[in-house]
Design a protein around this ligand. Structure first.
Ligand code: HSC
Length: 686
């Protein structure tokens, strides 16, 4: 047996076995590619060999190319070269898939002459989610194995499919249960006996359906480079494979060079970096039993999220009608999860929800999350009551901006309190801000992160300040948008410009969705501290005071009660005109670019301050919060990744220009000024 650091091979009678062993996910980095190439070459020279089986050690076959290598100088052999060598092997190769076979991993498998997957294997081509396309033959071999339309689905969705679906689609040849090495030996035997057919994928025909590709292209968002290039590559799949592969390579390189690729890969690593916290070494508590106090929208969403992953939940609410409403909401959420395939019927039946009107019912819970109204005194009072009634439990507040240290001050054991800022709907949104107070114990932080992982959420550590990371940036962004209205833009123009930038929803449409009462309550709470120098506009307050609360009232910034779309609320013109008159502003036209620059610079400015104050540990954590909780376009990488593409110098100059008009709102943050002076980037700070 020859040995390579990442790939081992051995000969068993007339069978060659190749094992890939590159923890944690068997990414096909340079060492794996070189090892595979060497193993194939050595086995090709081994006399009497009749079949080769390729499998992965550890928890997966291959999770794809090594993403860290993108943007680095290429090193031979490339993955396409390895795939071609597998496909052209004179001795037939069977690939044994388990865990995941993603991206380049599935491409390696598709180049083999046969494929067997273990039950539970997830197979997919997620490259477009990273701003690239399958570049090791995936766009040419998937259509040959599955047909053009299913391959187009697999590639454009980026979503993996299960082993049974892959078998049905023709992507694999068999599903067998067992250990990968045992299945590898058996499958190689079946290749030799002929019970498993060996065929070269490159020899299979593809029928081109131009209409299908044209319809898929018409459905793409205009910015989406990777999916558009993937369609270009698929359109070549009916040609001889060498030609198709050459086109695929050129298109892959276009994607590789694009800012979208850099942004999407930044987002991939940013999500994973967020889990690296100073408290990672602390032992988290068991979290089998969760208490949730408050059965409103947030409480029932949090309870649903916990139930879906099999946690026991005790839900407490004083008012019987509210408890009944919350319980009904949870039941309906769980039914929805079953319908969407997120929860099996058996798991649904096994959900353990206990309800009560007495907080003592939560005694014995490992962690209790309060999700009552956003009012400091009310929260302080229930937290202290919880501490008395449920001794020893870790306590969490689902506050979205209140002072966690102030709340902890009402507890005998302030170290047991943590902030868990869920986003609505809590059983759907994947972001969780874990707010760490001055005295919060490491055990509580580690438990918050453990809960997030169990719930399938991405947790970001945040320090204490008004609004933590996300809502603090959002407030600044909304103020900037109000200033743009004052200057002459309409809310509709602002929504359109920012949706054009890629925001999931414009700021005023978002306000309508959330309800104008929320922003109003926040502004009212902060009113006593408002500096008279602030350029405060009142049109949103006036709308709220007229009962126009947004979607739930049928009217907000837009009108929702007609059949003719959602026109702007006609009442706005007079309210905005009054603000302009009060500030002696003569309105002017603003271009979409001006709107985008102003609003985005406000987010970046606040983000730089949040980072400098240590509220966020890294620039990429701020990016994750905005990407996962606030609809910031993932293909732009988040506000600070986007800031790096503009350059600190250009941003500082822009802020100075804005400050000429409004020196109260616009001050260059010290951190940005430093980066501008030194020519540095936010990414380099992490
Ligand atoms: C690709 O394959 C392109 C091809 O078409 C080839 C093109 C070649 C063209 C050449 C032209 C000349 N690479 O997520 P986790 C790390 S693109 C490097 O926490 P889980 C991850 O960062 C790729 N590292 O675990 C983390 O590191 P940390 C297509 C990778 O169990 C650790 O592994 N494939 C990596 O929750 C654990 O990851 C994909 O997009 C990779 N490919 O999920 C799959 N994958 O501990 C991406 C993971 O230091 N990966 N890491 O933080 C995933 O979806 C998930 O990681 C898994 C595991 C589902 C594999």
């Amino acid at each position: 047996m020859a040995e390579d650091a990442r790939v081992r091979w051995e000969v068993q009678r007339d069978i060659g076995l190749i094992e890939i062993d590159n923890p944690p996910v068997n990414a096909a980095g340079h060492a794996v590619r070189a090892g595979l190439f060497e193993a194939l070459t050595a086995l090709a020279e081994t006399p009497g060999l009749r079949a080769i089986a390729l499998y992965g050690a550890g928890r997966s076959f291959i999770a794809g190319a090594d993403i860290r290598e993108f943007g680095q100088p290429p090193r031979a052999p490339s993955l396409p070269e390895v795939c071609n060598a597998i496909e052209q092997s004179a001795v037939p190769v069977v690939a044994i898939l388990h865990g995941v076979a993603l991206g380049g991993g599935l491409e390696v498998a598709m180049a083999a002459q046969s494929r067997v997957a273990l039950p539970g294997t997830r197979l997919g081509l997620p490259e477009v989610t990273l701003g690239i396309l399958p570049g090791a033959g995936g766009t040419q071999r998937a259509p040959r194995l599955m047909g053009l339309a299913p391959a187009r689905d697999l590639i454009l969705s980026g979503k993996p499919i299960g082993a049974e679906a892959a078998l049905k689609a023709g992507l694999i040849d068999a599903v067998e249960a067992g250990e990968p090495r045992t299945i590898a030996l058996a499958a190689a035997g079946h290749l030799i006996s002929g019970t498993l057919t060996a065929r070269r994928t490159c020899d299979l025909p593809v029928t081109l359906d131009q209409d299908d590709l044209a319809a898929a292209r018409a459905a793409l968002p205009a910015h989406d480079l990777a999916r558009s290039k993937a369609l270009d590559a698929l359109a070549e799949a009916h040609r001889p494979i060498a030609k198709g592969l050459a086109t695929e390579r050129a298109l892959f390189n276009d994607c590789l060079a694009s800012p979208q690729r850099a942004a999407l890969i930044h987002a991939f690593f940013a999500e994973r970096a967020a889990a690296k916290i100073p408290e990672a070494q602390a032992a988290p508590r068991d979290i089998g039993h969760i208490g949730v106090l408050g059965a409103g929208t947030m409480g029932s969403g949090i309870a649903t999220a916990c139930l879906i992953v099999g946690l026991n939940v005790t839900l407490v609410e004083r008012a019987p009608e509210a408890l009944a409403r919350g319980q009904a909401q949870i039941e309906s959420n769980l039914d929805g999860a079953v319908k969407r395939g997120k929860l099996s019927a058996e798991a649904r039946a096994a959900c353990k929800l206990t309800t009560s009107d007495d907080i003592a019912a939560m005694a014995g819970a490992d962690l209790i999350i309060e999700a009552i109204i956003e009012d400091f005194d009310a929260k302080a009072q229930v937290l202290s009551a919880l501490e008395a009634a449920c001794p020893g439990a870790l306590l969490a507040s689902n506050t979205s901006y209140l002072d966690l240290d102030g709340l902890a001050g009402h507890l005998r054991d302030p170290g047991a309190l943590i902030g868990l800022h869920f986003f609505s709907p809590a059983h759907v949104m994947r972001l969780l801000e874990v707010v760490v107070g001055r005295e919060t114990r490491a055990e509580a932080v580690a438990t918050g992160f453990k809960l997030a992982k169990r719930l399938g959420k991405v947790a970001v550590r945040a320090g204490v300040c008004d609004g933590f990371i996300g809502n603090r940036l959002l407030r600044r962004y909304r103020m900037a948008c109000d200033h743009l209205v004052l200057a002459g833009a309409t809310p509709t123009q602002i929504d359109a410009a920012l949706e054009d930038f890629g925001m999931a929803l414009g700021p005023y449409r978002t306000l309508d969705l959330a309800g104008l009462d929320i922003g109003w309550a926040d502004r009212k709470r902060r009113a006593p501290d408002r500096d008279p120098a602030e350029r405060y506009v009142t049109f949103a307050d006036r709308l709220f005071e007229a009962g126009e609360l947004g979607r739930k009232a049928g009217r907000g910034f837009y009108v929702y009660d007609g059949d003719e779309g959602t026109p702007p609320n006609p009442a706005l013109d007079a309210l905005i005109a009054a603000d302009r008159a009060a500030h002696s502003v003569t309105p002017r036209d603003l271009s979409p670019q001006e709107i985008q620059d102003y609003a985005l610079t406000a987010i970046i400015t606040e983000a730089a301050e949040v980072l400098d104050e240590g509220i966020a540990a890294r620039a990429s954590d701020i990016d994750v919060v905005l990407l996962m909780g606030y609809g910031f376009p993932r293909w732009r990488g988040g506000p600070l990744h986007y800031a790096d593409t503009l350059g600190a110098g250009a941003l500082a100059a822009r802020i100075e220009r804005y400050a000429d008009d409004d020196a109260f709102f616009w001050k260059t943050p010290a951190l940005l000024a430093k980066l501008s002076r030194d020519g540095g980037t936010f990414a380099e700070l992490s």
